[in-house]
Design a protein around this ligand. Structure first.
Ligand code: URA
Length: 207
């Protein structure tokens, strides 16, 4: 744990030194939160305004939703780690560009190699396409979107790392489209089963 913490600290320094695209307009780099020993890693798209200000992923509205969604299925921040495809906020929260994805994701891959999760949950289209593309940004365009693949477990092997990928709807999408809540609940059953935690509790999400 201490070793993972110091490796992640050292990685953060290297991200800052890399002067990645978007760093000029950002207040803080946003690396990750949760337990580096967690068996499950949630990957979102990019920091928003609150995340940029606090230097922490998922602390704004989408983060509150993610907290509720995790709590409802009996997962705490101690059991998960949360990070993003991009390490800096895009202006006005616009979608990531191909060049930003290409330059930022080598650092996400390093995070994954340090944490070595059993399960990676990609949140929304960008993260899902990145992982379905075999962690190769150039192949993202050809991948199916989240509506087609949510809740479908896929074994991923890349550069000596191996994990189960489970695509999930982005918590921000669930804020705007409540019809996704039952689908999220069903998909989270797949997540819990993948962790050997199936059938632990009945799910009733209220928002
Ligand atoms: N949305 C994301 O994808 N990531 C964050 O950190 C916040 C909102």
């Amino acid at each position: 744990m201490i070793e993972k913490d110091s490796l992640l600290d050292e990685l953060k320094k290297r991200v800052i030194e890399a002067n990645l695209p978007l760093h000029e307009g950002a207040t803080n780099v946003v690396m990750g939160k949760g337990s580096p020993d967690a068996p499950i890693l949630f990957i979102g798209e990019a920091p928003g305004r609150n995340e940029d200000l606090q230097g922490m992923p998922f602390v704004g509205a989408a983060g509150k939703n993610l907290d509720k969604l995790l709590a409802a299925v009996g997962l705490s921040l101690q059991e998960v780690y949360v990070a993003n495809i991009l390490k800096y906020r895009p202006p006005e929260n616009r979608v990531p560009s191909p060049d930003e994805i290409k330059t930022h994701t080598p650092f996400l891959i390093e995070q994954i190699k340090i944490i070595r999760p059993k399960v990676v949950c990609s949140l929304g289209n960008y993260a899902t396409k990145f992982f379905l593309a075999g962690l190769k940004p150039d192949a993202m365009d050809m991948q199916p979107g989240i509506t087609q693949v949510h809740g479908r477990l896929k074994e991923v092997e890349f550069d000596g790392i191996k994990f189960k990928l489970i695509p999930l709807f982005h918590p921000a999408a669930i804020i705007y489209n409540r019809k996704l809540i039952p689908l999220w609940e069903k998909d989270m059953e797949v997540v819990k089963e993948s962790l050997g935690k199936g059938a632990q509790r009945t799910l009733f999400l209220k928002f």
